[in-house]
Design a protein around this ligand. Structure first.
Ligand SMILES: Cc1ncc(COP(=O)(O)O)c(C=O)c1O
Length: 443
């Protein structure tokens, strides 16, 4: 195989409107992946390409995991679909309990969705409904944070803080945003930056403005991922937690990237030692093999809905998806969490992260590097932009890396790495050395 078009006709390429993709550029010069195993993709030309982002932060276990393949195949033969509403199947209950074993104490009620975006919508809707159930219907306002990414549905972009993901869609929900935590004085911090805990006090100001009686919830990523990997400043999340607790505001951690090992801990909550009221999950939950998301609630939230005088045959919550708790992704997820645990990959991430941190910061003096951030097996490298074209240089570097046989993510003015949990130190050295060359070549 040497055809980078993989035999696809132009009309086939044109028919698919690709998500978050420069369609015009891609369809002239496609990057088609045809197989994957371990830490490598094979592209349509038969090249081995190192997977520097674990798929899309999804495939920490590596690719082609036999246990997942077998679980999915068996599940399809046994029960391919079960109606999500009013009927159940064993896997979803087993999986829900399994998920709670990875969550902080007290977060033990799981609502299934199909994606991170839906997990976020579910968290926002239930946060509002919760206060109504408690007789406080004015608590509706949702607060996000600048640079936050919470998926692409209307609730998610409303609390989201990446302007380009919102601008062309017009009116969103009425929300507010905390300032982001990317401070120039923290540049090149290793792990959690020292400065910025006081930025959490933005919430106090928003409470002064709107009154807590009108605020339902605050949502943040414990480590912001999509905007370029921003670990939280020391003390920041705890301060947010304290302000939420003092003012009866729900705290939601969007752990779609952080959950299940990426931080070298079960969750971002565990890594940063702060427990929210609600956690959203997706991506690593099935190792990316099948789409599935989940929103996990502390028990009191669930109990508030169950504690009702309405007749038992009535629904407690009019929300859910045709594919909520689909048996096949639940089977994939059960297998994925087993592998994660049996191979002890979470402590492995914590160990490997030490070498990764040291190595990635060696790029400090490469051309155009203005900041490097890291936590666990995640890193963001900010590049000095071409005037008026912030996204161009990362695109050039990522394409240069692709030509060298490395897949890395680029977005805004950053290059992002989210290495597989099974990565070897020698593979870390290779990807970082290729990045160093690419930065030189694209200077
Ligand atoms: C923190 C966070 N929340 C939500 C999402 C949206 O997830 P999905 O693309 O599965 O809808 C993402 C995706 O990258 C994410 O990183």
């Amino acid at each position: 195989m040497s055809d980078k078009f993989a035999g696809l006709t132009q009309s086939q390429l044109d028919a698919h409107w690709m998500p978050f993709t420069a369609n015009r550029q891609f369809k002239k010069d496609p990057r088609i992946l045809s197989a994957a195993d371990g830490c490598y993709y094979t592209d349509a030309q038969g090249r081995q390409v190192f997977d520097g982002l674990s798929g899309l932060w999804t495939c920490g276990l590596g690719h082609n995991i036999p246990e997942i393949t077998e679980a999915v195949s068996n599940q399809l033969k046994e029960l391919d679909y079960s109606p999500a509403f009013q009927f159940g199947h064993t896997k979803s209950f087993q999986f829900a309990e399994r998920i709670t074993q990875f969550m902080p104490d007290g977060l033990n009620r799981v609502f299934f969705t199909n994606s991170g975006s839906e997990a976020v919508e579910t968290s926002l809707k239930i946060a509002r409904a919760y206060w109504r159930q408690k007789g406080q219907p004015s608590k509706t306002r949702l607060i996000g944070r600048a640079k936050g990414y919470h998926g692409v549905n209307f609730g998610g972009i409303s609390v989201g803080g990446i302007g380009t993901n919102r601008a062309i869609f017009g009116e969103t929900l009425t929300t507010d945003h905390l300032r982001h935590t990317l401070l120039p004085e923290n540049a090149f911090s290793k792990g959690m930056p020292e400065k910025g805990a006081e930025l959490a006090d933005d919430l106090t100001e928003l409470i002064a403005l709107h009154d807590a009686s009108n605020i339902a919830a605050v949502i943040v990523e414990p480590m912001a991922g999509s905007c370029g990997v921003l670990p939280p400043p020391v003390g920041y999340l705890q301060r947010l937690r304290d302000i939420c607790t003092d003012n009866n505001i729900l705290l939601i951690f969007d752990e779609v990237i952080c959950g299940f090992g990426r931080m070298g801990a079960k969750t971002g909550s565990e890594a940063f030692n702060v427990t929210p009221d609600i956690i959203t999950l997706a991506k690593q939950i099935t190792n990316g093999a099948l789409p599935l998301g989940a929103t996990v609630f502390k028990q009191e939230i669930y109990d508030t809905f169950m504690d009702t005088d309405a007749p038992e045959y009535m629904l407690e919550l009019p929300h859910g998806y045709t594919y909520s708790a689909h048996p096949v992704p639940c089977a994939a997820g059960l297998a994925a969490l087993d592998v994660l645990e049996q191979q002890q990959l979470i402590p492995r991430v914590a160990r490997t992260a030490v070498h990764f941190e040291k190595t990635i910061h060696e790029l400090k003096d490469c051309p155009n590097v203005v900041d490097i951030r890291n936590y666990g097996l995640a890193s963001g490298i900010t590049l000095h932009p071409y005037p008026g074209e912030p996204a161009k240089r990362p695109f050039e570097v990522a394409m240069n890396m692709w030509d060298k046989g490395f897949y890395v993510r680029y977005g805004g003015d950053t290059i992002q790495l989210g290495l597989p949990f099974i990565v070897e130190e020698s593979q870390i050295d290779s990807v970082v050395s290729a990045l160093s060359e690419s930065l030189d070549e694209c200077a």
